[in-house]
Design a protein around this ligand. Structure first.
Ligand SMILES: Cc1ncc(COP(=O)(O)O)c(C=O)c1O
Length: 398
């Protein structure tokens, strides 16, 4: 049986175990194409590594900087998957990519400092900034020729700006950055002495024909102001294990991140089981990720074709990520109302645009997660289509 067959998805288990707007949280009968979390069980190697570790029966304290072999695995994966040369000693495992973002914000922002947050982008950029007392300054990110138009970015820099948030690949647009984009962002940061929160959690999920380019391609020396985030939830499906990491190339800045992470007091850090799973992911499971991408590519092409034909919908075709961003503004209703309408009338849950998840610029939009089987995706899209027909006929009657 192929890894990404529909029959591998255990809906009864998901109904009990998949939270965060997913199966366990939606009403019975509703299909959630919501949070970015695969419907598939993890690779067998991850399960086996956890079983082996549990068998020994010891769950003692871990090294404060994480298992050294984990940092080596991360360093190797960063090198082989995206050409980044990061010393294992400059990598810190923490209890999620989200936490890594919070630590970065704490490291460089003082209350009142500004951080440029793209709008739309994942809400964690805003939330991590706010958690440090920072002030998010929203940069309206619009696409031009299929990439984010950065020509106006510098005009959002003020005397108070300390950092720019870079989501590469970008959630929710699913776009990559080109060399000239990264150069543009770096030059602004060099000119105004800004840091970069560089979130690469999506860098594994890139569709054939596209290439992920890391900001480190500009050279490690220039990237001393870059603080990076990597995670395991999207590529390997272990969101519930809360594991991620921070890394950088500047010793002093890295030390500050370590201090802010509270790993030295044991108040912070990643659990042993999560690190064991993380090692298995990186050392043994990229074959799984590569097959997953093949599967996702088919889902993406199918979803894009279907969505493009639906009345009133404008779909964005992602170069990366398993997220499909759609423009629903033609229906002339708040995105939250569109979401509620679909749950109630079409038994389909999606993520609504608007301030909460992505920023005000995402009002009139929605996001669909396609990390499921072809069959479930098809059923979800059938429901969306029926829901839209109903919505249009109700609007005509008004
Ligand atoms: C861009 C981005 N960064 C960070 C995260 C958080 O990942 P984790 O759940 O591993 O903390 C997500 C999750 O959706 C994300 O999309």
């Amino acid at each position: 049986m192929a890894l990404f067959d529909n029959s591998n998805i255990k809906l009864d288990v998901l109904k009990k175990k998949a939270f965060n707007y997913r199966w366990a949280e939606v009403p019975d009968g509703v299909i959630p194409l919501t949070a970015a979390d695969p419907d598939y069980p993890v690779a067998p190697e991850i399960r086996q590594a956890l079983i082996d570790y549990v068998q020994d029966g010891y769950f003692s304290y871990t090294p404060k900087m994480g298992f050294p072999e984990f940092s080596v695995s991360i360093s190797n994966a960063l090198k082989s998957r995206k050409g980044e040369c990061i010393d294992p000693k400059m990598i810190l495992p923490v209890d999620s990519a989200a936490r890594a973002m919070y630590i970065i914000a704490q490291t460089v922002l003082k209350p009142g400092d500004e951080m440029i947050v793209f709008d739309p982008v994942d809400y964690l950029f805003r939330e991590s900034c706010l958690s440090a007392g920072g002030v998010p300054i929203y940069f309206p990110a619009k696409l031009k020729d299929g990439y984010i138009d950065l020509s106006d970015l510098e005009s959002y820099v003020t005397k108070k700006t300390k950092m720019i948030g870079l989501c590469n690949p970008h959630n929710p647009f699913g776009v990559l950055y080109r060399k000239e984009d990264l150069e543009h962002i770096m030059q602004i940061c060099e000119k105004h002495d800004l840091y970069i929160m560089n979130d690469e959690i999506w860098s594994d999920i890139v569709y054939p024909g596209n290439k992920f380019l890391s900001i480190y391609s500009l050279g490690n020396e220039r990237c001393r102001r870059v603080m990076s985030v990597f995670g395991f939830s999207k590529s390997f499906g272990i969101a519930g294990l809360r594991i991620g990491c921070l890394y950088g190339t500047d010793q002093a800045l890295f030390q500050k991140m370590v201090d802010c992470s509270a790993v030295m007091t044991t108040a912070g850090g990643a659990s042993s089981l999560s690190q064991v799973a993380g090692i298995a992911c990186l050392d043994k499971c990229y074959y799984w990720v590569d097959e997953f991408i093949q599967h996702l590519a088919k889902n993406r092409d199918y979803a894009y074709e279907r969505l493009s034909k639906m009345p009133g919908i404008k779909a964005y075709k992602p170069q990366a990520t398993y997220l499909m961003y759609i423009d629903i503004s033609s229906f002339g209703m708040p995105a939250v109302d569109f979401k509620e309408f679909m749950i109630k009338n079409a038994k389909l849950a999606l993520v609504s645009g608007g301030l909460k998840f992505f920023g005000n610029e995402s009002e009139g939009h929605a996001r669909i997660c396609i990390a499921t089987s072809f069959e479930i995706l098809k059923e979800g899209l059938d429901r969306l289509e029926k829901g839209i027909d109903l919505l249009i006929s109700e609007k005509h009657q008004e």
